[in-house]
Write a protein that binds this ligand. Sequence first.
Ligand code: FES
Length: 112
Amino acid sequence: STAEVPNTPDSFEAVGTVSQLEAEGQILNENFKNGAISVTRNPEDSELLYAVNPTCTHNRCLVDWNAAERKYICPCHGAEYSPDGTVIKGPAQENLPPYLVKIEGAQVLVQA
Ligand code: FES
């Protein structure tokens, strides 16, 4: 069928590839519909993915993924977040917004 897929809030958008996630430990896509998106995966359980908007909730700097420590660190004032976006160190007080994420074939998709 050639029916158009409506761009509903339920639709998933490809943000990167599984090989990119495996090679770099993170997919950072700044052209996602709702702003930047960051996807990481749990090394102990490759099925367990996390997607968050990596814009610091303190003052909107882009947070860096620290793969060794498995957390996001804000370069501006040092706030830290767990892979699911939960604040673990201030000055940020609000969590990074989480998104639903899934793998389909070679693609990583995030709910837009
Ligand atoms: Fe991230 Fe201030 S902008 S800690």
